[in-house]
Design a binder for this molecule. Structure first.
Ligand code: GAL
Length: 379
């Protein structure tokens, strides 16, 4: 590679470092905190914008089969949008414990803890005012020979939103220079035993955010089993097979094909935790979780993760709110594919453990790989 510097042609090695990501202002929170936005780019057409409020993915542009780019995630044009009632966790880092905790209660080391009830009669997505999606994180951009990234960090003090222990959390977004993928990695440590379950709450529509529906997307989930729930969406504790139910996505299926046949659930559509099948290749760090495909644009999204479960939510509470660029976010017009530990794990000893202890490090990684479907792939 050649680069012109001070009028002299010099050679720089092909493995030269990517530049650090661009950073800009994204306005202020209603209580006056400055919010920054980081832009990560690959050489093959993926651009991700992530802001410091809630370490939130605000924009994600990826090419379609003709090379035309579209933003495939929901979001808002400004911080006020994110602070509004209409924001249903768009793109945020969700925690300290994502998903539901039954009646906002759990017992740890003989002590009972009570959390906010913000989704009657349960606790949802880490609480009300100081959940991880609502606080402003510190950020550091970085680059290396493989791509660009941004590392967000936040220390949630002991007792914040009712959770025990000071929790140090780090979330890193990384965009490899090659290809069209985004990697999100989480790390956390604590000074007291405490439950931790972290995910990203992006709403995807591969035809472009604001498209009418997601019911025409095809989905595959690497899950033979799921965790049935009661009528408040809390797991009963059973783990049951998806076979012969509308939850069977073990092969590619159209999301809308059986959605109205879901009868055993209080959810208004798909809103279920799937138990990911065990990894078939032990040498790989990540396990295949989900494959989403939009035949109209040709865009595909493959999600792989270190997490044991994935919440597949079909946007049943979306209500036509107006988001970025005046786009309307209609009922069932996006999917969330939230890699995580199972809901209410803190009250189910036989679910994978979510209790983090002092001296331990919580680590989790999810990879979002975009691609283009082969013309023959229709079903
Ligand atoms: C999802 C959850 C849904 C709903 C949504 C936010 O993660 O599974 O039930 O609460 O978040 O509107």
């Amino acid at each position: 590679m050649k680069r012109l510097m001070f009028g002299v042609l010099i050679s720089v090695p092909a493995f030269c470092l990517a530049a650090d990501p661009e950073v800009g202002d994204f306005g202020k929170t209603s209580d006056g905190q400055a919010v920054e936005m980081y832009t990560l780019k690959s050489n093959d057409g993926l651009t991700a914008k992530i802001m410091t409020r809630g370490a939130t993915l605000v924009e994600l542009h990826v090419p379609d089969r003709d090379g035309k780019s579209a933003d495939v995630v929901f979001g808002w044009d400004d911080v006020a949008g994110y602070e509004s009632e209409d924001n249903q966790y768009f793109g945020c880092t969700t925690g300290r414990v994502c998903n539901r905790i039954a009646k906002g209660k759990f017992t740890l080391d003989g002590k009972e803890y009570t959390l906010a009830i913000n989704n009657e009669p349960n606790h949802l997505h880490g609480g009300i005012k100081r959940s991880l999606d609502k606080v402003v994180w510190k950020a550091t951009g970085f680059s290396n020979d493989r791509g660009q990234g941004v590392r967000f960090s936040y220390t949630s003090p002991d007792g914040e939103e009712g959770y025990p222990g000071a929790l140090k959390v780090q979330v890193s977004y990384f965009v490899p220079a090659k290809g069209t993928s985004l990697r999100i990695s989480y790390k956390a440590t604590t000074d007291q035993a405490t439950p931790v379950n972290l995910t990203n709450h992006a709403y995807f529509n591969l035809a472009g955010a604001g498209s009418e529906t997601v019911l025409d997307h095809m989905l595959q989930l690497n899950a033979d089993k799921y965790t049935p729930v009661d009528d408040t969406l809390i797991p009963t504790g059973k783990i049951e097979p998806v076979a012969d139910t509308p939850l069977d996505f073990t092969r590619m299926k159209k999301i809308g094909a059986r959605i109205d046949k879901l009868t055993d659930t209080a959810a208004l559509g798909y809103d279920h935790n799937f138990v990911l099948n065990a990894k078939t290749d032990a040498t790989k760090e990540l396990n295949f979780a989900a494959l989403l495909r939009d035949n109209s644009s040709g865009r595909t999204l493959r999600i792989s993760t270190t997490e044991p479960g994935i919440q597949f939510y079909s946007g049943n509470f979306l209500k036509g709110q107006q988001g970025k660029n005046g786009k309307t976010y209609a009922y069932r017009s996006a999917v969330c594919l939230e890699t995580q530990h199972f809901p209410d794990s803190v009250n189910h000893d036989d679910f994978p453990n979510t209790i983090l202890k002092p001296g331990e490090t919580f680590e989790s990684t999810t990879m979002y790989q975009f691609g283009i479907a082969k013309p023959a792939e229709k079903n």
